[in-house]
Design a protein around this ligand. Structure first.
Ligand code: ADP
Length: 412
């Protein structure tokens, strides 16, 4: 089954066409600056990428462009749109409604719209992507895969905030988490690499990219995660502050004369690595500056690693131990210096990084020392594959008899 995976942002639209049974990536690309005069479309697999400047006034035009590219031209991966069997949409916020991925119908669309209050830019963009696919692909089956659904298993003691209970009743103020599809993928892969059942292991999964989050996954069930009602909570990130003393918010607003929106921007866009270093939100620039002795860059590095270290300790306490810690995303996959700092000093907890393994290798790998009782893995995330797989399973379950597909797919 070929699944088109769509990840629509407010001014961008990423896509991949994946054959789920073979795990073959048939095409991928991104439309950027949608709605802008300078909009462009990048398409192609790594060595063969082309960039075309082309007007796209909205997501509808972007989808039309993507579909045209998939069937036309020399390298077109398919001859006809009928070779796309289903579409999987990444949705950031499913709120209380969705504890798993689901087939899209009018009711699902209405609920995604309702949940847009918690993630306005993202959910509205996803809805535009869904409507555009409906417009251009007719009644093709579509599945919504939510970043939040993996965390619907959190117990109330983890998802409630110690605020007046009425705020939860009135506005559903609670933790929802984010990056769930990534945490789910690396947890499943880690269990496979350990040759264990996910339901037999305790894992701490760390998604360390521009946005960062850590999760505690106890015997396959997410029991806590660092992002909160919004993705601002938890770890220090590229431009987001993560958890801070909440009284700072009103203090800064009063002293700097900031509106709620301005304060929100300060915490989301001007803080984190960027705010502390004053250089960049990109860890590579901060690493170079800190190596050259830039004090604030060194401080940013120290704070970032300390922030991850503290969550590892917390989640070991929450689960009563851990079998493996898994790292993913730009920083987790690539930055050996940050990994060394995160795990330094954790030997008394049975967590021992191998300097040698940490310094070498690419792709999925174990980097813990043989004498570490907790295993440490680096696993490149693959949210798109997870979306394609969920889409396959849901469409196959619902429409199985109409599809001439092989039931017998092993996932890992
Ligand atoms: P997102 O998808 O959340 O935008 P990514 O997962 O691409 O983010 O991660 C981006 C972060 O990863 C940036 O801070 C970048 O500096 C960092 N990063 C990427 N490659 C490296 C590398 N080789 N060494 C250190 N940091 C890296």
């Amino acid at each position: 089954m070929n699944v088109l995976v769509i990840n629509a942002g407010s001014s961008s639209l990423k896509y991949q066409l994946i054959n789920v049974e073979t795990r073959n990536l048939l095409a991928k690309g991104v439309c950027e600056r949608i709605g802008d005069e300078e909009s462009f479309h990048k398409h192609g697999l790594d060595s063969n990428e082309s960039v075309i400047s082309t007007p796209m006034k909205d997501h509808d035009e972007a989808i039309a462009m993507v579909l045209k590219t998939l069937v036309e031209g020399e390298d077109a991966p398919i001859d006809d749109l009928s070779q796309i069997d289903a579409v999987g949409h990444r949705i950031v916020q499913g709120g209380k409604y969705f504890s798993k991925s689901t087939l899209i119908d009018d009711d699902v669309i209405a609920k995604i719209d309702e949940m847009a209050e918690l993630a306005p830019l993202h959910n509205k963009a996803a809805l535009q992507g869904i409507q555009a696919c409906r417009h251009h692909m007719g009644d093709i089956p579509m599945v919504a895969v939510f970043d939040t659904s993996f965390f619907q298993t959190l117990p109330p003691k983890a998802y409630m905030y110690p605020l007046p209970y009425e705020l939860y009743e009135k506005y559903a103020v609670r933790k929802y988490g984010a990056h769930g599809t990534s945490h789910r993928y690396i947890a499943e892969r880690a269990a496979a690499l350990m040759d264990e059942d996910l339901s037999d292991v305790k894992l701490i999964t760390c998604h360390l990219g521009n946005g960062c989050s850590v999760s505690a996954i106890d015997h396959g069930i997410a029991v806590d995660t660092s992002m909160g009602m919004t993705p601002l909570d938890g770890l220090m990130m590229g431009t987001r502050c993560g958890a801070i003393d909440p009284a700072i918010v009103t203090f800064v607003m009063e002293h700097e004369g900031l509106s709620p929106q301005e304060m929100n921007d300060l915490m989301n866009k001007k803080s984190g690595l960027l705010g502390i270093s004053g250089i960049s939100n990109d860890l590579r620039s901060i690493r170079d500056a800190s190596s050259a002795g830039h004090e604030r860059a060194m401080l940013a590095y120290d704070m970032y690693s300390n922030s991850v270290k503290k969550y590892i300790g917390q989640y070991m306490a929450v689960m009563g131990g851990v079998d493996a810690i898994v790292l993913t995303a730009g920083v987790g996959e690539n930055c050996k210096k940050m990994r060394r700092m995160i795990f330094s000093g954790l030997q008394p907890l049975g967590i021992v990084l191998s300097e040698k393994r940490n310094a070498e290798g690419r792709g999925e790998r174990e980097i813990s020392h043989d004498r570490s009782s907790v295993r440490i893995f680096v696993i490149p995330t693959n949210e798109e594959y997870m979306i394609a797989r969920d889409t396959y399973q849901i469409v196959h379950d619902k429409l199985g008899s109409e599809l001439q597909e092989d039931d017998d797919v092993t996932w890992w």
